[in-house]
Design a protein. Structure first.
Length: 532
């Protein structure tokens, strides 16, 4: 304990956790995940944030502007200890060219969704969401299971690595194409993927063997997704499901065009960015055309939150936009019901704290099979990265129940240290090609909601509040708010965690109710959130 309170200490531990080599994709460049999603502007900022958090009083608030600490203000104990805004640009300037220029001058940084607000917990963070997405794919297209089905996808980065286990959870077989062999090896080491094929022939043999035995299996293949997808198509094969999780939202830093080696990509990005972008644009059009052809031949195809279809459309292939997005196609009902990715992190660093909480959740929420199945699977298959943590999709009542369980266990001395509660940036996010695509009232691009979400969380007791742009789909395409609250067993922290949980989930529900979803309207009435 280096700080003057558990909120500051907890946030400091989360910052260091995001940059732990076990957790971050490239800690030496402060890159946590998702292309260039960073935990702080630069190394000097990391040192200053650490030093400021250590000195911060329990009635002060630290301000962070795109990863750089810029001031400390007097506030009060119920106020957040840290507030941040990140990657924001005036709307007419919100494009990558402007952003990269300002980034090169050291004036801003890309924060992704959970990188800059230190809520990242490794691949586990998106794993249940990935399992739920494939679960919905199974329900809607394959009678409830992926047994005997195969998925072709790509990208084994921070988030993409959730795909092998996400497909296996639903009984299916997955072939993941990844251009960087070191990423493949890392996922094999962490048991996030079962096997690596030597070439496409072996990969397809392993896939077909598991499909015919109806056994879950995950196979990684080193290669460029655009090349491999085309080759699979040319062999006359049609996977049951096709998607992609390269970091295609950033065509300069997150995507490797076919014909360019990894080493050459690193060089060209700096030496000839315009040329690189041109190669990426050309390649992504071919890549998405192949995905479209799979769709025509009967595969289920969707954009998995990396904006790939929009990148292809912007490069001249307008038809790409007929590919559905994963949220509007599969996950919207969860958000209408206020159920989404919630995560808790043991600040003690002890795995036993997470297992203790697992046991209580399995008892208290035993009637919810989705939760109990998930906790059992997570215990058996998901390795911790950095601070032990758990992700679970919970609704408002269940999150409030967890706040009470943690408080009670801390008071009884059954947890070694306080726990951080946080979440992914879903709920009241504005993201017209992802979370808010195809809203019934046409409000897809309205960005008031995440700002309201952030402001409300700031008065409701969050320990950290952030408002950012560009998570998932890239600069210009999303605005979202993050929140973290540290639960330390005190009455003040219980009050803060209860209030902010209610506000944070509530604003997501009313956003969907306001758009006209009957389910969200009903849930909003149940919680007394609506104003009618
Ligand atoms: P990452 O940068 O950690 O990993 C991207 C991976 O793609 C890298 O390993 C890279 O080597 C690989 N790659 C790039 N071009 C390739 C190509 N042509 N062929 C094969 N592999 C290639 O990113 P991440 O954290 O895994 O996120 C992936 C994408 O998903 C991002 O666009 C991110 O914004 C988006 N995302 C989706 C969700 C979701 O819920 N679906 C959540 C967060 C982020």
């Amino acid at each position: 304990m280096r700080c003057k309170g558990w909120e500051q200490e907890g946030l400091l531990r989360l910052l260091m956790n995001s940059l732990d080599p076990e957790v971050a994709e490239c800690p030496e460049e402060l890159i946590v995940y998702g292309g260039t999603g960073k935990a702080a502007r630069d190394k000097k900022s990391v040192a200053q944030i650490k030093e400021r958090l250590i000195r911060l009083e329990n009635d002060q608030t630290l301000l962070i502007q795109s990863g750089k600490p810029v001031g400390v203000f007097p506030s009060h104990p119920f106020a957040p200890r840290v507030i941040m805004a990140g990657s924001l640009l005036v709307p007419a300037y919100s494009d990558y060219e402007t952003f990269w220029q300002l980034e090169r001058r050291g004036l801003t940084a890309y924060g992704q969704s959970t990188a800059s607000c230190w809520a990242y917990i490794g691949t586990q963070g998106v794993l249940e969401g990935t399992a739920n997405t494939y679960g919905e794919v199974a329900k809607r297209h394959f009678g409830g299971t992926l047994r005997g089905r195969w998925v072709l996808t790509s990208g084994l980065g921070g988030m993409g690595s959730a795909q092998p286990l996400g497909v296996e959870y639903n009984g299916g077989v997955v072939l993941v194409v990844e251009v960087d062999e070191s990423k493949v090896d890392r996922r094999l080491r962490n048991s996030l993927c079962q096997m690596k094929a030597a070439d496409l022939d072996e990969a397809l043999f392993l896939v077909q063997e598991a499909v015919s035995r109806k056994e879950p299996r995950s196979v990684a293949l080193v290669g460029n997704a655009a090349d491999v997808y085309r080759e699979v198509l040319q062999r006359g094969l049609v996977p049951d499901v096709v998607t992609d999780q390269t970091a295609a939202h950033d065509l300069l830093n997150g995507y490797v065009p076919a014909g360019v080696s990894l080493a050459e990509a690193v060089r060209l990005r700096v030496a000839a960015p315009e040329k690189y972008l041109e190669l990426s644009r050309r390649c992504i059009v071919e890549h998405v055309k192949t995905m479209m052809e799979f769709m025509r031949r009967g595969a289920v195809v969707f954009d998995y939150g990396n904006n790939i279809r929009h990148q292809a459309a912007a490069a001249g292939y307008a038809e790409a936009m007929t590919i559905p997005g994963f949220v509007s196609a599969y996950l919207r009902d969860y958000f209408c019901a206020g159920r989404g990715p919630f995560r808790w992190i043991a600040l003690s660093g002890r795995a036993e704290d997470i297992y203790t909480l697992d046991e209580f959740i399995l008892t208290e929420l035993k009637d919810d099979e989705e939760i109990t199945n998930w906790i059992h699977f997570a215990q058996a298959r998901i390795p911790f990265q950095g601070l032990p943590a758990r992700i679970c999709w919970l609704n408002l009542d269940q999150r409030l129940c967890l706040v009470d369980i943690i408080t009670k266990l801390l008071r009884e001395g059954k947890l070694a240290a306080p726990v951080a509660l946080t979440r992914d940036h879903m709920g009241a996010i504005a993201s017209p090609w992802r979370e808010t695509e195809k809203m019934p009232d046409g409000s897809d691009a309205i960005a008031d909601w995440p700002v309201l979400n952030g402001l409300l969380n700031a008065i409701s007791g969050a320990s950290l509040v952030s408002v950012q742009q560009g998570g998932g789909v890239g600069i210009g395409y999303s605005i979202h708010a993050g929140m973290t609250v540290i639960v330390d067993g005190s009455e003040l922290s219980r009050k803060k965690a209860t209030q902010v949980t209610y506000s944070d989930v509530g604003v997501g529900i009313i956003r969907h109710a306001d758009a006209g979803y009957p389910l969200a309207q009903e849930i909003s009435r149940q919680y007394g959130l609506n104003i009618d």
